[in-house]
Design a protein around this ligand. Structure first.
Ligand SMILES: [Cu+2]
Length: 163
């Protein structure tokens, strides 16, 4: 059966559009105990580096891209990663592989700071910024994506390399 263009205006599609615009994403999820597969000894790893030397990196998020969308980090170097949502809806910074490859010292959001969490997901509300202080541990190349509905299919993807 051939779908006519008029079906694009049916209520389910309108509901989906509202869902997209209001950004009902996965939400920020910071685990206080590392799930399986995450880096261990996080407290020891983050205390082994000089945070006064942390390198600042900023990624801007908007509809529908990460800028820059290719990130590279070096093992053993402390970073202070600022994720700025300059868009008009919530976006996530999600990379399961990368999150499992780093030791996180602290995540600071509008709700406050969380010490040594395991990152499961980061959702940044429109107009806000999260700051992630971390040390890369495992080398690899990891996929980055926004997990808000359909955003990755609109091109909101990237790559993170740890050397
Ligand atoms: Cu997004």
């Amino acid at each position: 059966m051939i779908q006519r263009p008029a079906t694009l205006l049916t209520p389910p599609i309108l509901a989906l559009t509202l869902f997209l615009l209001t950004g009902c994403g996965a939400g920020t999820d910071l685990a206080q105990r590392p799930p399986p597969g995450y880096v261990g000894d996080v407290a020891a790893r983050v205390s082994a580096v000089d945070w006064a030397q942390a390198r600042p990196v900023t990624v801007q998020l908007d509809e529908f891209r990460f800028q820059p969308d290719r990130l590279a980090f070096e093992r053993g170097t402390p970073y202070r990663l600022t994720l700025e949502n300059r868009g008009t809806v919530a976006h996530t910074f999600t990379s399961e592989g990368f999150f499992k490859a780093i030791a996180v010292r602290r995540v600071t959001t509008a709700q406050g700071a969380v010490e040594t969490p395991a990152l499961v997901n980061l959702e940044i509300p429109a107009g806000q910024a999260d700051v992630v202080e971390f040390v890369p541990v495992e080398a690899g190349t990891y996929d980055l994506a926004c997990h808000e509905p359909l955003h990755s299919s609109f091109g909101m993807t990237g790559t993170i390399t740890v050397r």
